[in-house]
Ligand binder design. Structure first.
Ligand code: UD1
Ligand code: UDP
Length: 362
């Protein structure tokens, strides 16, 4: 069976790595990796191929950045030729980015089977571009691999046939489990003058937080206040870097350090050693739950509810006063017990490979 994987943006790379590894050396399976080029900076793309030992992409569509419609359309038009050339039996798409939905739509029109890794997640917030990508991709997919039981329930409610849905666990946790022993190689904490369990880690890149100048200004103001109690380190996503530059805010507070996006091992080391993580990232909500590190999510909702019900995640919405209060509570040691969600055990990639192997032999 010939499988084609499609990735494009930073969080896709942590998800494809364990699936490709699990499919390698399986009898009668060949794999091709397509990078759409949605993310292209070395520290948003290449560094993850090195650190996660992902094979170099066989094809790069080099689409780069543009509006949603232009980016999605360019991926579609360039990817169609790749599918026609490679004639895959199955295309695997990952997560909820524009590359995911664009590839799924091309396959549906060419009658090529699609598997969606990280299916069924719903924020129920259609102002998020990712929610549109999730809804459409799941309607188009033939195999839907869910990370948690809420995903299965969402898909069944939307009319997806039960036999297409496979609860396999969380592939991003596979990568974490696999690379956690290697974080000893990271000197990020000392290099950035941080003391283990004596700092907060921040990542923010959702358009709802960073594209609106007033909101971004308020967030940076709240972070400056929190930094008076706890030093903060903020690896800045390129979208956020651009929006910050337009605000011309002072960025010279030594207790609130802005740095470039980090490689996976440095970022994992910083998550593990943090007192608290403040984020709007999907993957970071999951990783902090696995690591048992308190996470404050600057969003009104999450498509990853188990991180709140079982894990360490608290949704603080857009209430930045609450962000400061919750940080202070964590500093006082008010930290709740967490449980790792079922099947977040480092074996999701293997389960996906097993499903694909039995599906192909039907
Ligand atoms: C995308 C995903 C989002 C995901 C995030 C992960 C969509 C709709 N959004 O958001 O779901 O959480 O990736 O990080 O697919 N840029 C660079 N260098 C790069 C990549 C981007 O400078 O390597 C800048 C460009 O100015 C670009 C902006 O970042 O316009 C946004 O990039 P884009 O891929 O459109 O969206 P993200 O915000 O990265
Ligand atoms: N990440 C990283 N370096 C950083 C910030 C994040 O390696 O500077 C990793 C993080 O550990 C997680 C993934 O990137 O594995 C999450 O990606 P992102 O937040 O860009 O996207 P989202 O999950 O929100 O779609």
């Amino acid at each position: 069976m010939h499988i084609l994987h499609v990735v494009g943006a930073r969080p896709n790379f942590m998800k494809v790595a364990p699936v490709m590894a699990a499919l390698t050396d399986r009898p009668k399976i060949s794999q091709v990796l397509v990078h759409t080029g949605q993310h292209y900076d070395v520290n948003m793309s290449d560094i993850f191929f090195q650190q996660l030992a992902i094979p170099a992409p066989d094809v790069n569509l080099d689409v780069g950045s543009s509006s949603h419609a232009q980016q999605t359309a360019q991926i579609m038009s360039r990817f169609e030729a790749v599918v026609l050339k490679h004639q895959p039996d199955l295309v695997l798409v990952y997560g909820d980015v524009n590359s995911t939905v664009a590839a799924a739509l091309v396959c549906a029109k060419l009658e090529v089977r699609v598997g969606h890794v990280e299916a069924g997640l719903r924020s129920f917030d259609r102002t998020m571009p990712e929610e549109i990508n999730r809804l459409l991709t799941d309607q188009l997919a033939d195999l839907l691999f869910t990370p948690s039981a809420d995903g299965d329930a969402n898909l069944l409610r939307e009319g997806v046939a039960a036999e297409k849905i496979h609860l396999v666990g969380n592939v991003i946790i596979d990568t974490l489990v696999h690379l956690l022993p290697a974080v000893v190689c990271s000197d990020a904490t000392t290099r950035l003058y941080l003391k283990a369990k004596g700092y907060g880690l921040v990542t923010l890149h959702r358009p709802s937080n960073v594209d609106e100048p007033a909101m971004l200004r308020q967030i940076i103001g709240a972070l400056a206040q929190i930094a008076a109690d706890l030093p903060l380190i903020f690896p800045v996503h390129p979208r956020t870097r651009q929006k910050l530059a337009a605000l011309s805010l002072p960025m010279d507070d030594p207790r609130l350090q802005f740095v470039d996006p980090l490689g996976y091992l440095d970022f994992l080391a910083l998550q593990r050693n943090a007192t608290v993580v403040i984020t709007d990232s999907g993957g970071v909500q999951e990783e902090t739950t696995y690591l048992g590190v308190p996470c404050l999510t600057v969003r009104e909702n999450t498509e990853r509810p188990v991180t709140v019900t079982l894990g360490t995640n608290t949704l603080i919405g857009r209430d930045l006063h609450r962000l400061r209060k919750e940080t202070q509570a964590i500093l006082r040691g008010e930290i709740r017990q967490r449980h790792i969600p079922p099947l977040w055990d480092g074996k999701a990639g293997e389960r996906i490979a097993n499903v694909i192997a039995s599906w192909s032999s039907r």
